[in-house]
Write a protein that binds this ligand. Structure first.
Ligand SMILES: Nc1ncnc2c1ncn2[C@@H]1O[C@H](COP(=O)(O)OP(=O)(O)OP(=O)(O)O)[C@@H](O)[C@H]1O
Length: 518
């Protein structure tokens, strides 16, 4: 009898030390051909670091990697690709001004003629049900289409192992289903898949096996189909998931944020113009905005936060002040705090420390400036309080924002804004990339903020999240906003229908019922 084939990938004793943290510590892992293997763990558990080591994008401090029975050292991604390892990153790595085919050409060895490449792209995209037009420019593609390009680019190299780091955070539920079909087909053809996600129901639906990391070490293995999301969360965190406590909103709070016929043309030729948006958010309530991204949410958030100054004062009113022409700083002084969707670059300056990043938005509200000078002691204490209260796993207030794992940076930004005791809190995608325990914590913190009388506006693509925390929900489609309905009086299906722009009175002008409901 032949001895069993060695696993496709085997890791032994992988260790990675960063200056302030041991990100991976003695990690062992084996993946067989055709296996879809999840890597689970809280934010900062070391998942992305481990994937980068396998893909040659980070060098381990110690440990061994075996590929189909052979000991290998992967010094860079080109070597990983030559072995047959492909990776789709959490953040896209495409050049927007190039076409799909040109982007793909950049990742392939040699210089295949573009016409030949276009034919191969079409072949692969047809075979795996991933429609992609090789001639289109990337800037004109939706996020779902861009992700298909990333996957097709990997598949053209016939990978034997595909690594996917949180691939579904930007996808609609329908696109997730399609992606899963593709991944199942790949696995059936013998490709191994390493899959990272915080969405435990997705892991259950897709993955055959799972390795759980905690604090950089392997804390367990499981078969997701035999677990529940709760039991997997317990394996990751060592405790039960908290349940959100959400009572009814206090009635009769004053209007803190009013959008009064807000129209605004987007600066971006591929952006969405805002069209006659009406909405009131009262003290002591949470209003959610649902919708597929790219329907004007970014433009709306920019118009509210002051990143975009609009033509007139009255369409944006914050705490009774007509604020449409005020700068972002002046709006913050009125009591507005804001969490943008993009963590690095807009939410924080990547190369600055957490303390300095705290000063950037909390200087006035948290009194971090005294007599015109930054009070660094206070700023450090503020950042340290944020780290402690929001359980931000990092080396301390002095570390650079870019050294935090995605979820921990999100917790820091949300904490920094909430600790300023906002009167109006506007938050985009509050739990993007955040682990289940931290997501429950952030949702409860938003509810507590509302219970203390803050007016809260949450923009999220996750309908379950909106239904869990919001008092009223509106939908954004093609630059328009539907009436906001009490969450208890509507359902996922109804909101899903409205996402295509089909709400009562959606004929181009806000209706009286719409305005009354808003
Ligand atoms: N370039 C870096 N420099 C310093 N520390 C880093 C760097 N990259 C990661 N770390 C640290 O290593 C630890 C593990 O981070 P990693 O990104 O692997 O976690 P993760 O499990 O992928 O988290 P998330 O789910 O939030 O993405 C974290 O404490 C992080 O702060």
């Amino acid at each position: 009898m032949n001895p069993p084939a060695p696993p496709r990938l085997r890791l032994a004793g992988i260790r990675k030390v960063y200056p302030t943290v041991v990100a991976n510590d003695g990690i062992a892992l084996a993946v067989e051909a055709g296996e879809i293997h999840a890597v689970l763990g809280e934010n900062g558990a070391g998942k992305s670091t481990l994937m980068k080591i396998i893909y040659g994008a980070a060098r381990p401090s110690a440990g061994e990697m075996w590929w189909e029975g052979e000991r290998v050292e992967v010094a860079n991604p080109a070597q990983a690709r030559a072995l047959g390892i492909g990776m789709v990153f959490q953040h896209f790595s495409l050049f927007e001004t190039l076409t799909v085919a040109e982007n793909v050409a950049l990742a392939l060895p040699g210089k295949p003629p573009l016409s030949e490449l276009a034919r191969r792209i079409e072949e692969v995209s047809q075979h795996y049900g991933l429609p992609v037009d090789p001639r289109r420019h990337v800037h004109a593609l939706s996020v779902g289409e861009r992700q298909r390009v990333e996957i097709v680019r990997c598949l053209l190299q016939n990978p034997k192992l595909l690594i996917m780091d949180e691939p579904t955070s930007v996808l609609t539920p329908q696109a997730v289903e399609k992606l899963f079909d593709t991944l199942r087909q790949l696995a059936a053809e013998g490709c191994s898949i390493l899959y990272i996600s915080h969405k435990l129901d997705e892991i259950q639906a897709l993955c055959h096996t799972a390795t759980v990391l905690r604090g950089g070490r392997v804390s367990g293995h499981c078969r997701p189909a035999e677990e529940t999301p709760q039991s997997m969360a317990r394996l990751m965190t060592g405790r039960d998931l908290p349940v959100c406590e959400h009572g009814p909103a206090a009635a009769g709070g004053e209007v803190r944020l009013r959008l009064a016929g807000l129209s605004h043309a987007s600066d971006d030729p591929f952006g969405t113009d805002l069209k006659d948006i009406h909405l009131d958010v009262h003290a002591g309530e949470i209003v959610g905005i649902a919708g597929v991204s790219g329907n004007g949410q970014q433009e709306l958030l920019r118009a509210i936060s002051g990143e975009d100054i609009i033509a007139e004062k009255f369409p944006v009113q914050i705490c009774g002040v007509e604020a449409g022409r005020l700068s972002a700083g002046r709006r913050r002084r009125l009591g507005l705090c804001f969490v943008p969707e993009e963590r690095l670059g807009r939410g924080t300056v990547p190369s600055m420390s957490l303390t300095d990043n705290a000063v950037l938005t909390a200087a006035r509200n948290a009194r971090l400036v005294h007599a015109g000078f930054v009070a660094f002691g206070r700023a450090r204490r503020f950042a340290a309080e944020c780290i402690a209260r929001f359980d931000v796993r990092c080396g301390g207030p002095q570390v650079e924002a870019e050294s935090l794992s995605g979820g921990n940076l999100q917790k820091f930004i949300v904490g920094r804004e909430m600790l300023q005791a906002p009167r109006v809190f506007v938050c985009a995608q509050p739990t993007w990339g955040v682990d289940v325990g931290a997501a429950a914590f952030i949702r409860q913190a938003i509810i507590d903020l509302r219970n203390r009388g803050c007016a809260v506006l949450v923009v999220s693509e996750e309908l379950d999240e909106l239904f869990e925390i919001c008092d009223r929900i509106a939908v954004m489609a093609q630059g328009r906003l539907s009436p906001a309905r009490p969450a208890a009086e509507t359902g996922v299906e109804n909101i899903g229908l409205w996402m295509s722009g089909l709400w009562p009175g959606a004929d181009g002008s806000a209706t009286e019922t719409g305005r009354a409901a808003a």
